[in-house]
Design a protein around this ligand. Structure first.
Ligand code: HEM
Length: 284
């Protein structure tokens, strides 16, 4: 057993119980409504966003371990972590649909109060995108003046993404990942590499006794797919709540969000699907 932390010892001196351990009183004091008189649905709106941020925190916590395990080449542990991340993302896809219980009139009853607050300012959402491989420094502008947030995001931008580490891990196992992919400037966006598509396709076509490699790629694809599903249900929910008007963050709203839909963390894994089918169709 690890040594008890100072925090634990202090808690034992007080009284350790469910509420003191989980800091429930502090947690329940964090829902500050701005509408006056309080609009009934604002509480729901705050709780749903706060719970998203808690789950984002856990996704990042798991992702940090994922990066370590990829570096160590512990693929079975990586699969276990990805299973948890998938479960959380499935929960978040379902959770966004809760907002379908908010009618446009109910939301209009307090929306003005929260301007210019916007999902654009979610540091953790952007950290997740950066950690898994989207590298658009464009979004740093939303954190100008917030040094801590900018530092967190810059750190994510500088370190290899999950895709970079997964490919390095496969390369160490002897998979012929192209050198230019392994040696790329990780702070720049990763662009689809045709040769890498062919290398990964070979792993699927002929896994031999190394089927764990296919499992790794499929588990990563599950995460990518779930993230895209989240984007899609968020857009539907936005259309249902505010239609096509501008967002509180100043973007075109639905139109902007739709432009984000095609983004993929692991583009080669999607592209190889087409190749497999095309080759079967043309008999190549
Ligand atoms: C009534 C509910 C919601 C509406 C109407 C809404 C609307 C929007 C709009 C219009 C944008 C585009 C940026 C802007 O101009 O503000 C946006 C972005 C975003 N929203 Fe929501 N949203 C809602 C709920 C949520 C929830 C529950 C989350 C969970 C964290 C969330 C997370 C985000 C994120 C992360 C972005 C940035 C997306 C990106 O850059 O790809 N939103 N939202």
């Amino acid at each position: 057993m690890p040594e008890p932390s100072a925090e634990y010892q202090n808690l034992r001196l007080e009284e350790l119980n469910y509420n003191s351990y989980l800091r429930v009183p502090e947690l329940l004091s964090l829902q500050r409504q701005l509408s006056d008189p309080p609009h009934h649905d604002e509480m729901f709106f705050i709780v749903i966003h706060q719970s998203f941020e808690l789950w984002f925190k856990e996704v990042l916590h798991e992702t940090d371990l994922l990066l370590v395990c990829l570096r160590e080449g512990s693929i079975s542990r990586v699969l276990k972590i990805l299973k948890r991340v998938q479960g959380i993302l499935e929960c978040l896809v379902r959770q966004i649909r809760l907002l379908e219980t908010l009618t446009p009139v109910e939301f209009a009853g307090f929306r003005d109060r929260l301007k210019p607050a916007s999902g654009f300012q979610s540091v953790q959402f952007r950290e997740i995108e950066y950690a898994y491989g989207l590298r658009e420094d464009f979004f740093l502008r939303f954190f100008a003046g917030d040094e801590a947030a900018t530092a967190r995001l810059r750190r994510r931008l500088q370190e290899p993404s999950v895709w970079d580490e997964a490919l390095r891990c496969l390369a160490r196992e002897g998979v012929p990942v192209p050198a230019r992919v392994l040696e790329r400037d990780v702070s720049r966006p990763h662009l689809l590499d045709e040769e890498l598509v062919a290398v990964l396709q070979d792993l699927y076509e002929d896994p031999g006794t190394e089927y764990h490699r296919v499992l790794l790629l499929e588990a990563l694809l599950d995460v990518d797919s779930l993230f895209s599903q989240w984007r899609a249900v968020h857009i539907l929910m936005v259309s249902r709540t505010i239609g096509g008007v501008r967002g509180t963050g100043g973007s075109s709203g639905r139109e902007f969000l739709e432009s984000r839909l095609p983004h993929r963390f692991f583009p080669e894994l999607w592209e190889l699907r087409s190749r497999v089918q095309q080759e079967r169709e043309t008999g190549a």
